[in-house]
Ligand binder design. Structure first.
Ligand SMILES: Nc1ncnc2c1ncn2[C@@H]1O[C@H](COP(=O)(O)OP(=O)(O)OP(=O)(O)O)[C@@H](O)[C@H]1O
Length: 224
């Protein structure tokens, strides 16, 4: 089943045309790597299909809803309930402990503190970082911080996880560990993952690759 489908996306920043008619479709539960050279438009494509950045033209459908036609509050609500995000740096709140960071999306949805913290504790354990629960993000290693960020992205049981260079700041061993834990957890929960990367060893965790060049995208179908 196609969960997310984008067609004819164009986006310019001043004179720079970042996207020029790009499209992508994501099926439920699959892991898709978005690859391509630096500056080709990968992050812009991810931000447009995740409802973070409005495209200049084109459409993005999540199930039967058109993200580009929604008002901001409906789109924010959809992002909060259906999507999870993992970025390269800095997505954790520095003043909160790792446990509070993971519990935060559930607290924002109105869950009681005790229940939210119980679910967050489970997710920290699944990502093998339960021992940093009481620490602030600045006190953890880069690899631990990214695993906490993955736990936070998964705690709300999203249907799609958007990950932009999630291992970009990590050494290869920690990068492999984050990718293994992220894709294992996504496969267990049935979440699709859209993963921007320029590293082949990170893309190797995907089912399928989409290549972006000069703001245009192309599906590369192959079996792993
Ligand atoms: N907010 C912005 N303001 C101005 N230009 C931007 C902005 N975001 C992206 N661009 C430009 O749009 C083009 C595509 O950028 P994008 O970040 O999508 O590429 P990318 O493939 O993700 O690159 P990288 O692999 O280096 O992260 C680039 O020329 C970039 O400089």
């Amino acid at each position: 089943m196609t969960l997310l489908r984008a067609e004819g996306l164009s986006k310019s920043f001043g004179k720079t045309q970042a996207l020029d008619g790009a499209g992508i479709s994501i099926r439920a539960g699959e892991v898709v790597a978005v690859m391509g050279p630096s500056g080709s438009g990968k992050s812009t494509l991810l931000h447009c299909i995740a409802g973070i950045l409005p495209p200049d033209s084109g459409t993005v459908h999540y199930r039967d809803q058109d993200l580009t036609a929604m008002n901001d509050s409906t789109r924010s609500e959809l992002r909060r309930t259906e999507f999870g995000f993992v970025f390269q740096f800095g997505q954790l709140v520095p003043e909160l402990t790792c446990l509070e960071n993971v519990a935060l999306p559930l607290r924002l949805s109105g869950m009681k503190r005790k229940d939210a913290e119980r679910a967050a504790t489970d997710w920290l354990a699944r990502l093998e970082v339960e021992d940093v629960a009481g620490q602030r993000p600045g006190e953890t290693s880069g690899g631990q911080g990214q695993r906490v960020a993955v736990a936070r992205a998964l705690v709300t049981a999203p249907k799609v996880i958007f990950a932009d260079e999630p291992t970009g700041a990590l050494d290869s061993l920690n990068g492999e560990r984050v990718m293994h834990l992220l894709t294992t957890a996504a496969r267990e929960t049935g979440a699709a993952v859209v993963l921007v990367t320029h590293e082949a060893r990170v893309a190797a965790y995907s089912d399928r690759e989409v290549v972006v060049r000069d703001g245009r995208s192309r599906d590369v179908e192959f079996a792993r």
